[in-house]
Ligand binder design. Structure first.
Ligand SMILES: [Zn+2]
Length: 162
């Protein structure tokens, strides 16, 4: 149990997400000179404990992902990564299962054996094409949810905590 770092090398789905803003109403002090400005108070609080003014309903701005990847994809693809520290939030998805003939590259990132694995442009092209076919349904779902231009199939190294 617990969190573990995983390393994946192969085809993945990249979806550019983005943020939508919304507001939620909270009861808060709205006195701009008070150091409890916009701090939420309980429903039964009639006066701000700092400035003594009556709290009012305030539309608290928040943001959330435009698309919830967990609602779009079911079991076939796993959402492993959400790059959130940039304005165009990116979701990265990898297959939940290995394909039978998949090379066991990086299968065990903790192994302490020497070795090397050559990766050719043909490997990458072949695996990318395979991914597009095997996950055609998920790619279609992604295009509907994120928009055609925001979905692409990549091939590379994905490191993620799960
Ligand atoms: Zn106050």
């Amino acid at each position: 149990m617990g969190m573990r770092m995983y390393t994946y090398l192969g085809p993945y789905l990249q979806c550019t997400n983005g943020y939508a803003t919304y507001t939620t109403n909270v009861l808060a002090c709205i006195n701009p000179d008070c150091n409890r400005l916009h701090k939420k108070v309980e429903e039964d609080v009639r006066f701000c404990p700092i400035c003594g003014k009556a709290p009012e309903t305030w539309a608290k701005p928040s943001k959330r992902s435009k698309v919830s990847p967990y609602d779009v994809f079911e079991d076939a693809l796993s959402v492993v990564f959400q790059v959130s520290d940039r304005p165009d939030k990116i979701d990265i998805l990898v297959p939940n299962q290995r394909r039978p003939e998949e090379p066991a590259r990086l299968k065990d990132s903790h192994r302490e054996k020497e070795g090397f694995t050559a990766i050719t442009p043909e490997d990458i092209a072949g695996e990318t094409a395979w991914f597009g076919k095997a996950y055609a349904e998920e790619v279609d779902k992604a295009r509907s949810a994120y928009g055609e231009a925001h979905v692409s199939i990549g091939w590379g190294l994905v490191q993620y905590i799960s």
